[in-house]
Design a protein around this ligand. Structure first.
Ligand SMILES: [Zn+2]
Length: 262
């Protein structure tokens, strides 16, 4: 088996490995995005809950203060009833009016706080709904990711095992070139020769579409390690294509042209 054929086997194993990992990577990325969005919703939920707690504490504080003032007002009324002088009565009345004004102010604040509580409670409920929805999506995404990982595990192990065997067969220098090309070109690292017009000796690199001279085709046909001069990829032809392409250059030029014109 030629070096090119060995590299082609390795390349096809690598393509399958990349394909399998690619599907897993997509599931992983989706899960990560969803989990991040859930994190943001949880943060918002936490902030709103803290705000709600604080508002409720403010309302409770106002309620306590209003009750304290009520008790003081009741006591004052009793004192007013028992007042012995007009001056005493007036003093109590002034204090009573002051307390009533204070109570009004507190009740006004309390009402405003309660309105805020209601608004924030609504927001909390809304965010809670979003959170529950997103939690479902994250759980599904995690299950999909796990299922995909389990699905490909055996095949991936098998391919990885095959790969380490295939690598042993490729000479070090060609393997170095191959690895570098895969890093740089990915799926374009190894490419077949495309036959545009066999009779007119027109072949192109399947990776970059640049024309390939007949010498390259002959080299590939003879099993030599051949690269595209334009993009650098390793070139191959499938066996049947090689058989046909090698015959063509041997045909007499005049005959070939005549055939092309007919
Ligand atoms: Zn090329």
């Amino acid at each position: 088996m030629s070096v090119t054929a060995k590299i082609l086997k390795l390349f096809r194993a690598d393509q399958q490995i990349r394909g399998l990992r690619g599907r897993l990577d997509a599931a992983e990325r989706f899960l990560s995005v969803q989990a991040q969005q859930l994190g943001e919703i949880e943060k918002k939920h936490g902030a709103l809950s803290a705000m709600l707690k604080q508002l409720k504490a403010t309302v409770a504080g106002d309620e306590g203060e209003a009750k304290r003032i009520d008790a003081r007002i009741d006591a004052l009324r009793e004192q007013m009833n028992a007042a012995r002088t007009n001056k005493e009565y007036t003093a109590f009345l002034n204090e009573l009016n002051l307390l009533k004004a204070q109570k009004d102010e507190i009740e006004k604040n309390e009402l405003a706080s309660m309105e805020k509580v209601e608004a924030v409670e609504k927001q909390v409920a809304e965010v809670q709904g979003q959170k529950a929805e997103r939690e479902k999506i994250v759980a599904q995404a995690r299950a999909d990711r796990d299922a995909r990982a389990a699905e490909i595990k055996d095949r991936l192990d098998e391919l990885t095992g095959q790969r380490s065997e295939l690598v042993k067969d490729v000479p070090a220098e060609q393997l170095r070139i191959y690895d570098e090309l895969v890093r740089r070109l990915g799926d374009q690292a190894v490419s077949n020769v495309e036959v545009l017009d066999r009779r007119n000796h027109e072949w192109t690199c399947g990776s970059c579409q640049m024309a390939l001279p007949v010498e390259k085709i002959n080299g590939i046909s003879a099993g030599r390690f051949t690269r595209c001069s334009a993009c650098g990829c390793i070139l191959f032809t499938e066996v049947d294509v090689v058989a046909k392409t090698v015959k063509t250059p041997r045909e007499p030029k005049a005959k070939k042209q005549a055939a092309g014109q007919s």
